[in-house]
Write a protein that binds this ligand. Structure first.
Ligand SMILES: [Zn+2]
Length: 259
């Protein structure tokens, strides 16, 4: 298996279970990573050997990971170390600032986004499919970080992980309508939806990058892996490629110790 070459701000590491993608800009801030197909996480799974391996790759343990039950919405879970035994609520992002506590989301084509704040030590994991993107889940996440811990969006570092790319994400016109109805201005949606004569494509990478910037995250702090899960289906899980047979990939990040 040949691994696709990511942009220079990302790199692969070799884990006992297979390759993991990491963002260089996050490397110094928080243990984190995007798992690949070789880990074989099952949909809905919250523990088990694969999750134990994923946690170990970020220096963590499964009971320390705050999870959510992803429903393609814009609700953000605030994870506190003392509440990790609570059942995962319906939400599509999780944030924490308790050192050694992790947050994670899973995806197979949807966009996983990891955030870290070097000033406060807060971290976030976000799941943004088209519905979550239209609902601006990344904006809701940044707002939660600011509300909870006074995070200045200008200091946040963001990594947009492997997900379906504009090369493969042909969509119906009703998605464009949904984004317009969600209040996104044409100046933005015209960048996110592109008509190439034969089909309409949605660029979720640009959309989430733009929405992060709209929330105050600096352009130079947003890193896009730009690796398409369907194009590289031998490396990544892709729901579009494999349907119900698709597994899931985890995006995890651990809140660092504070000085
Ligand atoms: Zn593609």
């Amino acid at each position: 298996m040949t691994l696709p070459t990511p942009p220079p701000d990302f790199h692969w590491t070799t884990e006992p279970w297979g390759p993991m993608l990491r963002c260089r800009a996050l490397d110094g801030l928080a243990q984190h990573g995007f798992t690949s197909r070789q880990l074989r996480l099952r949909p809905g799974e919250r523990a088990g050997d694969a999750w134990t391996e994923a946690a170990a790759s970020v220096g963590c343990a499964v009971p320390r990971i705050g999870r959510v039950r992803q429903v393609h919405g814009a609700v953000v879970r605030v994870v506190r170390a003392g509440e990790l035994d609570q059942p995962a609520p319906d939400a599509d992002a999780a944030v924490t600032r308790d050192p050694g506590t992790a947050v994670a989301v899973v995806a197979a084509d949807c966009v996983p986004v990891l955030l870290a704040d070097p000033v406060t030590g807060a971290v976030a994991a976000v799941h943004a499919g088209w519905r979550g993107t239209a609902a601006n889940i990344v904006g809701a996440t940044v707002a939660t970080l600011t509300r909870e811990w006074g995070v200045d969006p200008a200091s946040l570092v963001a990594a947009i992980g492997p997900s379906i790319g504009p090369c493969c994400y042909a969509v119906g016109p009703e998605l464009r309508t949904a984004f317009a109805e969600a209040g996104h201005p044409p100046a933005l949606t015209n960048r996110w939806f592109r008509d190439d004569d034969t089909r309409l494509v949605l660029d979720l990478w640009t959309a989430n990058r733009d929405l992060l910037q709209q929330s105050g995250v600096k352009a130079e702090h947003i890193h896009v892996a730009a690796l398409c899960t369907q194009t590289h289906r031998e490396v990544f899980e892709s729901f579009r490629a494999d349907g119900d047979q698709a597994g899931r990939m985890a995006a995890l990040i651990v809140a660092p110790a504070r000085a």
